[in-house]
Design a protein around this ligand. Structure first.
Ligand code: ADP
Ligand code: ADP
Length: 227
């Protein structure tokens, strides 16, 4: 599942003003890469993630995902591409409070039209992958922050995405829980999944094999770690 952005710009209209959130991003990410995106607040990281994650389209430029031009897809096609290929993890977990762990994790499969028996089996399977098989019937408020984020990772995995995108996934976690979460991303990466992560924390970016630094809507630096 290759990712290729060519000269991507994103312009927002804010009142009468134009905001150049992305000013010409060219970026290629190979299948199975683990990439961290860093940069100051307002530099365009969220905008870049929204485009990479097929939540939004570029204003100009090309985005080839797995050989398909995303920039020209309509909203429905964009949603289909996103649901099939990408799993999302957020800083604030975004779990539904009145649902159990198992129900939260099974929910994306409801939208994907998977039958109930298979939903439950698959949800149990991904919860075991993140070490939470004993917390299936708990609600989010009965779990620690680290456990909630692991539930969110399990939810991101149920439709078997090739790409996992995470925006500050450790931002609300203590160091130990953050490291547990990052170890899960490393494991998912070693299984061949592409991981793209936004973080402010250099210690967290250390888990990635590559760090892309964004500033003023442009790539300022792109560093590969020697392993
Ligand atoms: P970061 O995630 O690095 O903090 P963003 O991608 O959120 O940066 O924002 C980049 C720039 O685009 C900022 O100047 C921000 O205010 C602006 N911006 C982001 N989203 C919108 C939007 N929906 N409408 C108008 N301006 C936006
Ligand atoms: P963070 O830096 O924590 O990711 P941001 O403040 O950059 O959060 O953005 C949060 C959300 O608000 C993003 O989805 C972004 O697109 C949107 N956003 C950011 N700046 C603006 C803005 N000036 N006007 C409207 N929406 C914005």
């Amino acid at each position: 599942m290759s990712i290729l952005l060519s000269e991507v710009t994103k312009v927002y209209q804010l009142g009468g003003e134009r905001v150049n959130a992305l000013a010409g991003i060219t970026l290629s990410i190979s299948p199975g890469e683990f990439t961290a995106i860093m940069g100051p607040s307002g530099s365009g990281k969220s905008t870049l993630m929204n485009i990479l994650g097929c939540l939004d389209r570029p204003t100009t430029g090309s985005y080839m995902l797995d050989g398909q031009e995303v920039a020209t897809l309509n909203d429905d096609q964009l949603a289909i591409t996103r649901n099939k290929k990408i799993g999302f993890v957020f800083q604030s977990f975004n779990l539904l409070p009145r649902m159990s762990t198992l129900q939260n994790v099974a929910l994306p499969m409801v939208y994907a039209g998977v039958e109930k028996k298979e939903r439950l089996a698959r949800a149990e399977q991904v919860l075991a992958m993140v070490g939470l098989e004993s917390r299936m019937n708990h609600q989010p408020n009965e779990l620690s922050g680290g456990q909630r984020q692991r539930v969110a990772i399990a939810r991101a995995l149920v439709n078997d995405p090739t790409i996992i995108m995470a925006d500050e996934p450790t931002g609300n976690l203590d160091t130990k829980s953050g490291d547990e979460v990052m170890n899960i991303f490393s494991e998912l990466n070693s299984q061949g999944r592409t991981i793209i992560l936004v973080t402010h924390e250099p210690d967290i970016a250390e888990y990635a094999g590559r760090v892309v630094y964004v500033r003023d809507g442009l790539i300022e630096r792109d560093e590969w770690k020697v392993r």
